[in-house]
Design a protein around this ligand. Structure first.
Ligand code: ATP
Length: 494
């Protein structure tokens, strides 16, 4: 039997040439303390959760010891941040321990976030306060069970050290798991230096890891670009359908694997308004909910530009291929979005007139500022009002202005036919009752930071594991913030 401290590492990124990263170990912390181990994820990865929860495991998760086979490194990348190009970024507070291959044969990066300074820290302290670690744990795990491709949280530990932001805060380290951490910004780093050899190596690496079918395509770089565009169209449509606002859709926060990454100033909308923003530094609303699809499109055009030297020997021909691929993003996004809207509204197929009905719905929702999550859940209640399922009726009175629309929706459902209870069951599976509401996340963080009380955090993580099963007893987890809480939950930060 292998030792629990022996992780199934098989590192491939570390085999790329040295210009892709800096090798260094995490910086030890003063007093590692366990917060939470994600036992389900540990099992998926083939790691021993009991050992991870032990003193020896906690030291590894805090960066004070290394598991056998780790080849720690900080990756270099660049990126467009709020539209401006920064040619030199990189893991400034994260260390990749290595890649493990799970019992089911899947490869995952294991990264410590908040693990100390690196050559890419640019004056930062390399650390993370406890609050953002808890936020990333809660929201990334919630996204996973909501069916959104995402990086995940394997563990959170305290450091016993103080981190200084606008005030002194307790420090923490998150163990993040992702299919890889290769970003559009990783390509931008080498494209800006006109290093076509490195671009080719990176593209080959990403193809081997995430798009193996592209390897045998007539133009592998084009197949890679098309694959990334498809996955991002699907990903951002999932965000839109859940009212999720990423908050910092910089190109260094967009992964080639198509998973969501960087849960800094992110949140789920409560009241629906398309221009909702959650980042305190996003003064112009660049990353508002309604702008996310077009920002993804823009970011993908940056990737396409980076790949130009790999697309065709003739630059003009390469530009044509890139443009054609990027131009398909809107239709791919809309197709994914429409399929998702159909599921939310209980429809099996699209029909004439749906577009107008859906547009009118979103206009009404914005005008009435209804709660995004509860509205769709309430609609599902109406699909079979007499069913025995617990209803969110008491949490969500529907404004009278919706009645004419509801009648048309009902007629549209009737025209499609089918069993109302089956429609309702399907709608309940498409419309969560529980999302990580920002006021709950903030309350869990405040309890942990101010009173060292981690119970609200644990309870929230647990409740969010079954987001589609509404239980009346858990209504407080489904409720939007009360008016007195709204001021405190407007902006989130890292
Ligand atoms: N406290 C810090 N010390 C050093 N570098 C930092 C710190 N905070 C952020 N950075 C770096 O600044 C850049 C942008 O930060 P951002 O908040 O988008 O990323 P992050 O949340 O640290 O990391 P990731 O994108 O991997 O989730 C990244 O290169 C990040 O490593």
């Amino acid at each position: 039997m292998t030792s629990p401290s022996h992780w199934p590492f098989d590192n491939s990124y570390a085999n790329l040439p040295g210009q892709f990263y800096s090798r260094l170990e995490p910086s030890p912390v003063t007093r590692p303390g366990p917060i939470r181990i994600n036992r389900e994820l540990a099992a998926e990865l083939g790691l021993d959760a009991d050992w991870l929860a032990s003193g020896a495991g906690t030291r590894v998760l805090a960066g004070n010891a290394l598991p056998a086979g780790a080849e720690p490194l900080a990756a270099v990348y660049a990126g467009h941040q709020f539209g401006g190009f920064n040619p030199q970024l990189g893991d400034g507070r994260a260390i990749l321990l290595g890649e493990v291959v799970s019992p089911s044969g899947e490869r995952f990066d294991i990264q410590l976030k908040g693990s100390g300074r690196t050559p890419y820290s640019r004056g930062g302290d390399g650390r993370s306060p406890l609050g953002p670690v808890l936020r990333e744990y809660i929201v990334s795990e919630a996204m996973h069970v909501l069916g959104v491709p995402t990086s995940r949280a394997l563990a959170a530990v305290t450091t016993g050290d103080t981190v200084y932001r606008d005030r002194a805060l307790p420090g923490a380290v998150l163990t993040r798991v992702a299919r890889s951490h290769i970003r559009i910004g990783s390509f931008e780093f080498f494209a800006a230096r006109r290093d076509t050899g490195a671009l080719q190596q990176l593209a080959d690496h990403v193809i081997a890891r995430h798009y193996p079918e592209a390897a045998s395509a007539a133009n592998p770089a084009l197949a890679l670009l098309e694959g990334v565009i498809r996955r991002q169209a699907a990903l951002v449509s999932r965000w839109q359908l859940l009212g999720f606002i990423h908050g910092v859709m910089n190109t260094d926060n967009m992964l080639l694997s198509g998973e969501t990454i960087d849960y800094g100033p992110c949140a789920f909308m409560d009241d629906f308004h398309p221009e909702t923003v959650f980042s305190s530094i996003d003064h112009n609303g660049r990353y508002a909910w309604c702008n996310q699809p077009s920002i993804a499109h823009w970011n993908l055009s940056v990737l396409a530009q980076c790949l130009l030297p790999l697309l065709h020997q003739d630059e003009q021909e390469g530009v044509k291929l890139a443009q054609a691929a990027v131009d398909r993003f809107p239709e791919q996004f809309l197709a994914a979005h429409q399929a998702g809207v159909n599921r939310k509204l209980g429809w099996q197929q699209s029909r004439d007139g749906d577009r107008e009905l859906v547009e009118e719905l979103f206009e009404l929702m914005a005008a009435e500022r209804v709660d995004f999550t509860l509205f769709f859940r309430r609609l599902a209640d109406f699909a079979a009002p007499a069913s025995a399922a617990p209803k969110v009726e008491e949490l969500m009175p529907l404004p009278a202005r919706f009645l004419p629309w509801m009648q048309r929706w009902q007629a549209r459902c009737d025209a499609e036919g089918g069993n109302p209870e089956q429609r309702q069951a399907a709608m309940y599976q498409a419309n969560p009752a529980f999302i990580p509401r920002n006021h709950l996340v903030e309350a869990a963080i405040a309890a942990a930071v101010e009173r060292e009380d981690f119970q609200p955090f644990h309870s929230l993580v647990k409740r969010l594991r079954n987001p589609f099963d509404y239980e009346l007893a858990d209504r407080r987890y489904a409720l939007p913030p009360q008016p007195s809480e709204v001021v405190h939950q407007t902006f989130c930060g890292t």
